[in-house]
Design a protein around this ligand. Structure first.
Ligand SMILES: Nc1nc2c(ncn2[C@@H]2O[C@H](COP(=O)(O)OP(=O)(O)O)[C@@H](O)[C@H]2O)c(=O)[nH]1
Ligand SMILES: [Mg+2]
Ligand SMILES: [Zn+2]
Length: 353
């Protein structure tokens, strides 16, 4: 939490949010940004400093996507009560774990997603594509951060391979332990810019965060075994102010984000395959042995990279599964509400309400 009062611009405010306010709201309401959430307690920061409040009771009936998450902008009234949530520039969500296929919001209004991977066996193009699809789906600019360049002779091969996954994709090769990282990642960590990180365990996310803070605030793989007392570890989703002026959205769940319902992201990332697929004979062609499949024909002519095609098909199947569970859930909810209405109607008839 920032100690000193900040300007709205320093908190990430901009035209996109400002133009959502009516004239009246502009005069009477105050924008605040959600820095942390604890159940229904919302921890916000605005130009007036830090403010905490509980979600109004009426909001508890809102659908999940209409409730605030970390990074969101809220308008509050003169009494510090939340009035409404502002529209987001980007949104990360995932399916909650467990059998309940419930959507869970992870982060809002993130500008850049650092996709962290290292120059070793962990480096995997299909995994990168998975994260890229997520970023594109959320509406966030992806930047690939290749760590551990200091441990290899030449990082160029890794950089080139990652770079062709998407046109104009930025790939930065770094030693996460070295202060040069601050300079290299600065274009995305300027005042008011919000960043988040994803990547597998051990790639150097905590190390990067530590270096960006230029002080040890998180335990890393290297320090975990030793004396970790008194160190800050991220256990909940929260926004943090970086010394560079940027805002880091940190969340353990965010870091190992699973692809869910990212159809648009998958379609955007694999647009060259989607373009070919438009020539398949059948609209719903699954590119697995159907007659007149243009994608398979192109693959046979070596016009599509087999690894990329395999990953595309795999991610598409996952999307379909996620969709099915969502459809299933909506149907269940509908049935439930029908049952509820029937029971209520019956009660009224019985006069025992
Ligand atoms: N040499 C070197 N080691 C690194 C680099 N990045 C991370 N490490 C080490 O890799 C291990 C795992 O890093 P950590 O930040 O805990 O990974 P996380 O699981 O992604 O948070 C630690 O021992 C780090 O010191 C790097 O760029 N160069
Ligand atoms: Mg870590
Ligand atoms: Zn096809």
């Amino acid at each position: 939490m920032p100690e000193n009062p900040l300007l709205l611009l320093e908190l990430g405010w901009g035209h996109f949010f400002q133009q959502q306010l009516s004239l009246e709201e502009w005069e009477t309401a105050t924008p605040v940004r959600v820095f942390a959430l604890n159940r229904h307690l919302v921890d916000c920061v605005g130009e007036g400093g830090r403010q905490k409040f509980s979600l109004p009771h009426a909001w508890l009936h809102y659908s999940v996507e209409d409730l605030p998450t970390v990074g969101d902008w809220l308008l509050i009234d003169g009494d510090g009560q939340p009035l409404r949530l502002l529209e987001r520039t980007s949104l990360f969500k995932r399916m909650a774990s467990g059998n309940e296929s419930r959507v869970q919001l992870m982060a809002a209004n993130v500008d850049t997603l650092f996709i962290v991977t290292s120059c070793n066996d962990e480096f995997n193009l299909s995994r990168l594509e998975r994260y890229l699809a997520m970023a594109l789906d959320a509406g966030v600019e992806p930047v690939v951060v290749l760590t551990k360049v200091d441990l290899i002779e030449d990082a160029e091969a890794f950089r080139t391979q990652a770079g062709i996954l998407r046109p104009n994709l930025v790939v930065e090769a770094v030693n996460a332990k070295d202060a040069s990282v601050i300079e290299i990642l600065h274009p995305w960590c300027r005042v008011g810019q919000t960043v988040a990180l994803v990547g597998s365990s051990g790639v150097g996310k905590s190390t990067l965060v530590n270096t960006l803070y230029t002080s040890v605030v998180q335990e890393t793989g290297a320090t975990r075994e030793g004396d970790a007392k008194g160190r800050h570890t991220t256990t909940s989703r929260s926004l943090h102010l970086l010394p560079s002026g940027g805002l880091l959205l940190d969340s353990p769940g965010m870091r190992e984000l699973q692809l869910s319902d990212c159809e648009v992201g998958v379609a955007t990332l694999f647009e060259e395959i989607e373009a070919v697929a438009r020539n398949c004979r059948f609209n719903d062609c699954r590119h697995r042995g159907e007659a007149g499949c243009a994608v398979e024909a192109a693959a046979e002519r070596d016009e599509i990279d087999p690894r990329r095609l395999a990953n595309y098909l795999k991610l598409k199947v996952e999307q379909e599964r996620a969709d099915e569970t969502l459809v299933e859930k909506r149907r269940r909810e509908k049935n439930l509400s029908k049952t509820y209405k029937r029971v209520q109607g019956q009660k009224r008839l019985d006069g025992d309400d």
